[in-house]
Design a protein around this ligand. Structure first.
Ligand SMILES: NC(=O)c1ccc[n+]([C@@H]2O[C@H](COP(=O)([O-])OP(=O)(O)OC[C@H]3O[C@@H](n4cnc5c(N)ncnc54)[C@H](OP(=O)(O)O)[C@@H]3O)[C@@H](O)[C@H]2O)c1
Length: 273
């Protein structure tokens, strides 16, 4: 096993204690023979900058950033990849030349890789995204670049309007308006909302769903199954939770740090169990 001596990696978030990232990175490490120490750090909500500064001053080399810090992470970086610049949201840091922090966003490529693996996405397909938070910001550019038409449905209309304004120069993106929509049904419906405390009647009017519609829930936690339970209730034929996206986004972070892209399929199977 190659040793990256004294180089540390960690996921930072709040809460972070149930994060699956340390397990995923340990499996990548075993698979590739690249050893790296990867831990999880719970960050007090008002202390992101100082904790990250300390981490990189000591022996920190790479980090993953999870909710609710992805936008703060964007402002922390010295340099950004193109996809992080466009998303204005960062989920991966890498220390370069021992002095700069590069910020990347691997959520979009992670989602696109999993949708491709599942055969849930085709060029020019129509996608309804429910939610307009940080995760959506990270995935819009890759999905629009793939040629999809995107419709946003969100609890707070103002947040969806902001996203549409920010991303309309990259492709076909609109607010979901059931009265003026011209398409018959969506090819793919993605849930990108965080936890619902209550049962939801219908996430989307059933008239926009066909037997071929695919459903993807970015959530993967066992205590957050409201969308998947709804998919079962409406007898959806094709649906998945977001565990594959989680593994792929981790794989692309690993690639940024080590220039090696780990295999993901068997790791997705392990985590699904
Ligand atoms: N699988 C993966 O790799 C992966 C990666 C990233 C994120 N995720 C998951 O994706 C989810 C969203 O993450 P995020 O970072 O985008 O979170 P976020 O920035 O906090 O955004 C939350 C979104 O959920 C909506 N929402 C929250 N509570 C709601 C409710 N009770 N009813 C209706 N809408 C509600 C919010 O609407 P408003 O605008 O109205 O507040 C907002 O659109 C999280 O559960 C996260 O775990 C998974």
């Amino acid at each position: 096993m190659f040793k990256n001596k004294n180089f540390n990696y960690a996921v930072f978030g709040n809460p972070v204690n149930h994060s699956k990232s340390p397990k995923i990175h340990s499996l990548f490490s075993q698979q590739t023979g690249i050893s790296h120490i990867y831990t999880s750090v719970n960050v007090p909500l008002d202390n992101f900058n100082s904790i990250l500064c300390n981490f990189f001053k000591k022996d920190g080399y790479g980090a993953n950033i999870t909710a609710p810090f992805k936008q703060e992470a964007y402002y922390f970086c010295d340099k950004l990849t193109k996809r992080a610049t466009i998303a204005k949201s960062v989920n991966t840091f890498k220390k370069i030349d021992n002095q700069y922090i590069l910020g990347d966003n691997t959520d979009g490529v992670g989602l696109l890789s999993d949708l491709t693996r599942l055969n849930f996405i085709k060029k020019k397909c129509s996608i309804l995204i429910i939610g307009a938070g940080g995760a959506v910001r990270g995935v819009l550019f890759p999905l629009l670049s793939f040629g999809c038409s995107i419709f946003i449905l969100n609890r707070t209309l103002l947040n969806s309007k902001k996203l549409v304004t920010q991303f309309q120069k990259y492709g076909d993106i609109n607010i979901f308006d059931e009265n003026s929509l011209k398409i018959k049904y969506f090819d793919l419906i993605i849930n990108a909302t965080s936890k619902f405390s209550e049962e939801k009647e219908d996430f989307v009017p059933l008239s926009f769903i066909s037997s071929k519609t695919c459903f993807y829930d970015m959530n993967y936690q066992i205590d957050n199954r409201v969308f998947i339970d709804w998919c079962l209730k409406i007898k959806a034929n094709f649906f998945s939770n977001g565990i594959g996206m989680l593994v792929f986004q981790a794989a692309y972070s690993f690639f940024l740090w080590h220039n090696v892209l780990p295999k993901t399929d068997y790791i997705i199977d392990i985590l699904k169990k």
